[in-house]
Design a protein around this ligand. Structure first.
Ligand code: PBG
Length: 334
């Protein structure tokens, strides 16, 4: 961005005057971060423990439906508007088409209902993708080593319907199949869920930074190969605009860029080009990286959290999904 007029030269201009004390810094801050900008991703599980720590994500635990409901109450009390659910299923057999993803009495529908009982004011976002339910760990239906796009769409549309029916407020397809927003939107319309929001993971890159998450949800063990035939190439930026344009045309209400900090240029381009709510996801690898440095005393936790999250807002992000959400909200006085 170019400045509308050239700044006065020194000594007429002394930019430090605007930084001289906390009150003036607060007064002229261009960006503010509040608990209302945060979404708290919750890893949920069907195991016996109420809370089961995830080793690669210190401070994060897999939660039972009851514990997820408690977390939602905490989110509400901290002023965090929404939680996002990601399942680790161990009691359901995984198969090639992810049958467990469309069980109306499965883990995710259970969690949605438990959360809506305990804290109905908190928005519930669900992940629409098959990877947590397939024996190959991919987000789509796999046949002869290929991910079948159109066969996957039918599964995703059904999964989104199951989530909406259980009470999800926002369904968030994170699979990167072509045409899935249209398929999901049509399924919602056809079943009287026209008010269900769609948050599209529109620009989702094939990233090394999802590693700890795949441990957390248990999809890493199974994953054969990589996700490069559907998730985006991290060399590309124009392609992100094409994906976003298509998803908006297909009926997405909001779009997401993922991962986060390494992709702030994409957040900024998408937000400026489309002027729609653009979410960003500070993913598990970013969280783990910061936590490791914090544990070593190399980074100050609270300052690093607020600086990293403010960067998303500065880039034009409407909201940030972050595993730091509860701590950030505490720091922000939620
Ligand atoms: C897949 C999904 C992934 C994440 C959220 N949904 C990982 C993947 O694509 O393999 C990653 C979240 C994170 O790393 O925090 N449906």
């Amino acid at each position: 961005m170019s400045t509308p007029f050239p700044p006065a030269p020194f000594p007429l201009a002394r930019p430090r005057r605007l930084r001289a004390s906390p009150w003036i810094r607060r007064l002229v801050a261009e960006t503010t971060l509040t608990p209302a900008d945060l979404v708290w991703p919750l890893i949920v599980h069907d195991g016996p423990e109420d809370e089961q720590p995830v080793p690669s994500m210190p401070g994060v635990s897999r939660l039972s439906p009851k514990a997820a409901a408690r977390a939602a109450v905490r989110a509400r009390d901290l002023g965090i508007p929404a939680v996002a659910l990601f399942p680790n299923v161990s009691t359901v057999a995984k198969d090639g088409v992810g049958t467990g993803a469309t069980d109306p009495d499965g883990l995710v529908p259970d969690c949605i209902r438990a959360i809506k009982d305990a804290a109905p004011e908190v928005g519930v976002i669900t992940d629409v993708a098959l990877d947590c339910y397939t024996d190959h760990g991919h987000d789509g239906v796999l046949e002869d080593g290929r991910i079948l796009n159109d066969a996957t769409l039918e599964r995703l549309a059904e999964q989104a319907f199951i989530h909406a029916h259980a009470g999800a407020d926002i369904v968030a397809p994170s699979d990167m199949m072509d045409g899935r927003i249209q398929a999901v939107r049509e399924a919602l319309e056809a079943n009287s869920f026209q008010d269900t929001l769609i948050l599209s993971y529109a620009a989702k890159y094939a990233s090394a930074f999802y590693g700890p998450y795949r441990d957390a949800v248990g999809s890493a063990r199974a994953l054969t190969g990589d996700k490069k035939t559907y998730q985006m190439d991290f060399a590309n930026s124009d392609e992100a605009l094409k994906e976003v344009a298509m998803d908006l045309a297909e009926g997405a209400d909001m779009v997401m860029v993922k991962p986060g900090l390494l992709y702030l240029d994409i957040v900024q381009r998408v937000a400026e080009t489309f002027r729609v709510p653009t979410f960003a996801y500070q993913v598990s690898g970013e969280y783990a990286m910061m936590k490791a440095a914090i544990a070593n005393g190399w980074l100050d936790e609270d300052r690093a959290i607020l600086e990293s999250l403010t960067a998303f807002k500065r880039a034009g992000g409407a909201a940030v999904l972050t595993y730091f959400a509860p701590r950030a909200a505490e720091l922000l006085g939620g």
